[in-house]
Design a protein around this ligand. Structure first.
Ligand code: AMP
Length: 190
């Protein structure tokens, strides 16, 4: 199994590039944000629990997120690997993921860091909020989500850097050019 983490601030293009990676490498896509949104749409107990947290743009507690992720990953065994998008977002989540994968004789193979400036992110998300209708894409929520990234999520990078797994990708420019850099990094780690 080949396990890839795609990492970057909100609006860095993780979703767009994940779609292209899935097409080329046939990895199973897991987005914890999409999973939470599905729970909310289906009005599950978990959805009710996380709705206000997500609406406020803050992180869902680790325990809830880790449990949901592990349960989802356990359901897919006959696959080439996973692409994790939006997880891990804290060092505790990264450590839990390592432990989980280790118990299955697996590991995180590569972490792609999409590097995009804060000014570029703000502009992209402002545009996306006009078309997506995502409740957490409004200006105030955006500030909160970016803040969560720079105060909590960014610490995940040194965790993986210490393991020598991070590949930095310039996230500004043509989608195809960015994907070319991503494919090179993945091919070099296969
Ligand atoms: P995303 O679609 O990845 O931007 O996630 C949307 C929202 O879902 C985030 O702002 C958090 O409230 C929640 N969320 C998604 N993934 C995680 C995670 N790994 N840990 C905690 N909260 C998460």
């Amino acid at each position: 199994m080949y396990n890839l983490v795609i990492f970057g601030p909100p609006g860095a293009g993780k979703g767009t590039q994940s779609d292209k990676i899935i097409e080329k490498y046939q990895l199973k896509h897991i987005s914890t944000g999409d999973m939470f949104r599905a729970h909310i749409a289906n009005k599950t107990d978990l959805g009710k629990e996380v709705q206000s947290i997500m609406d406020n743009g803050v992180l869902v507690p680790d325990e809830i997120t880790i449990r949901m992720l592990e349960s989802e990953m356990s359901q897919h065994t006959d696959i080439k690997g996973f692409i994790l998008d939006g997880f891990p977002r804290t060092v505790a989540q990264a450590a839990a993921l390592d432990k989980f994968l280790e118990s299955k004789g697996q590991k995180v193979n590569l972490v792609l860091e999409l590097v995009v400036s804060q000014a570029e992110i703000e502009q992209r998300i402002a545009e996306r909020s006009k078309v997506s209708g995502r409740a957490d894409d409004s200006a105030e929520k955006l500030i909160k989500r970016i803040d969560e990234y720079f105060t909590k999520t960014v610490h995940v990078l040194p965790y993986y850097q210490a393991q020598g797994k991070v590949s930095k990708i310039n996230g500004i420019g043509e989608i195809e050019v960015i994907f070319g850099d991503i494919a090179k990094a993945i091919d070099g780690s296969l």
